[in-house]
Write a protein that binds this ligand. Structure first.
Ligand SMILES: [Fe+2]
Length: 385
């Protein structure tokens, strides 16, 4: 979490009486904490008991789309060609996964009339196209194209889009939290001067509109690959205040401050977020390396213990042919990769790049799904010949 934040009304001392306006009934305090009681946490104050669940129903599992016979091969595929649409949950399609993460895209074409919580995974939502507001028990957080929403595990939330035409998200579920890399911070937790972003680049929820409404409110709770419908008796966004370090926030890829080198710098200089089992990098417009003989395209490399995934957002990607907005390339670990024929030569002398892309490097192998198979660039695997 980027920093301590406080919103709404909270008692002067935690774990003490906090009365509603009637002077008799209490607001209910909830500690939302990570790593047991030893990680980041927030204290949140609800109108009603947060555990008041009326019923729990297990929902039908989404259609299995695994591709067990997928070969170990370089892939390039077009996620904009996946023609599944729907609300924020129905439209999610998994493209790659391992035991620690699920990488998905979603073309959100309908509003959600329920609330959502991922009980087992933290979520990263990259807004490729679309704008609107994220609502959660922590308040309202507007989002726009380029935003990366970092959503702690077990946050109850909704995404409300301004309209439902041409929205597109990249979503990553992770079994460990999305973190700001430790070496970006000093001993006091403040972002270092050399970090590619600073505190003012992060946007926490900025207003609370608590509801004490009673009724039947539906929360879809995801637990691994299972879904449950929890019916609760009060509006899930009934908190009047909270403070702490655990909350959802937004960081826009356009606010990532790129670094430039004398000669080619490797992907860690594009690092944005870490987790226990993969990292996320932001590739953004930047000047190229300034050595007079620099080769600007990357050299061939074998990352022996990482799979590399790139989601292409916009601009020309220097080292690849045939890339479109919404393209994904997956270069499995254990195989070398690098610029396609001719791309090394044409990179020499270039001054800058206008590309935007998200890179995901996982430390365990990824398994592609049938959505990859169905939208595959069939010539890509042999494109170095
Ligand atoms: Fe690479």
């Amino acid at each position: 979490m980027p920093f301590y934040h406080k919103l709404g009304d909270i008692p002067r001392v935690k774990h003490t009486t906090f009365f509603k306006k009637d002077g008799e009934s209490l607001y209910r305090e909830e500690l939302i904490s990570s790593k047991g009681f030893s990680g980041v946490y927030s204290n949140i104050y609800h109108h009603h008991l947060p555990a008041a669940v009326k019923s729990i129903t297990k929902l039908a599992v989404k259609k299995e789309m695994s591709w067990p016979e997928a070969p170990l091969i370089y892939t390039h595929f077009f996620t904009d060609e996946i023609d599944i649409e729907g609300d924020f949950i129905e439209s999610r399609v998994e493209i790659l996964h391992n035991n620690h993460c699920s990488i998905q895209t979603a073309r959100v074409s309908r509003d959600m009339d329920y609330f959502y919580r991922n009980a087992h995974a933290a979520e990263y939502v990259f807004v490729h196209r679309g704008s609107g507001d994220m609502y959660s028990q922590f308040g309202k957080l507007p989002f726009a194209p380029g935003d990366q929403l970092i959503i702690p595990r077990a946050t109850t939330y909704q995404l409300k889009f301004d309209d439902y035409k041409n929205n597109k998200l990249l979503i990553i579920e992770s079994d460990t939290a999305f973190e700001i890399p430790r070496h970006f911070r000093n001993d006091y937790g403040q972002m270092e001067e050399h970090a590619p972003y600073c505190e003012r680049d992060f946007r926490p929820p900025h207003c609370l509109e608590p509801s004490s409404e009673a009724g039947d409110f539906k929360i879809i709770v995801k637990a691994g690959t299972d879904y449950y419908e929890h019916c609760v008796q009060h509006h899930p966004f009934g908190a009047v205040g909270w403070d702490g370090y655990l909350y959802p926030y937004a960081f826009n890829i356009r606010d990532y401050h790129a670094k430039v080198g004398h000669i080619h710098l490797p992907p860690p200089v594009h690092l944005a977020f870490t987790t226990g089992h993969f990292i996320i990098c932001n590739f953004v417009p930047r000047l190229f390396d300034f050595h007079e003989a620099a080769i600007l395209a990357a050299y061939f490399h074998s990352n022996i213990d990482s799979d590399e995934v790139l989601y292409y957002v916009e601009g020309d990607f220097m080292s690849r042919k045939g890339i479109k907005s919404g393209s994904v390339t997956h270069h499995p670990g254990g195989m070398p990769h690098g610029p396609q024929p001719g791309k090394t030569e044409t990179s020499i002398g270039a001054k800058d790049t206008k590309e935007y892309a998200i890179m995901i490097d996982t430390f365990a192998p990824l398994q592609p799904t049938k959505h990859v198979h169905e939208t595959l660039d069939k010539n890509y695997a042999q494109s170095w010949l």
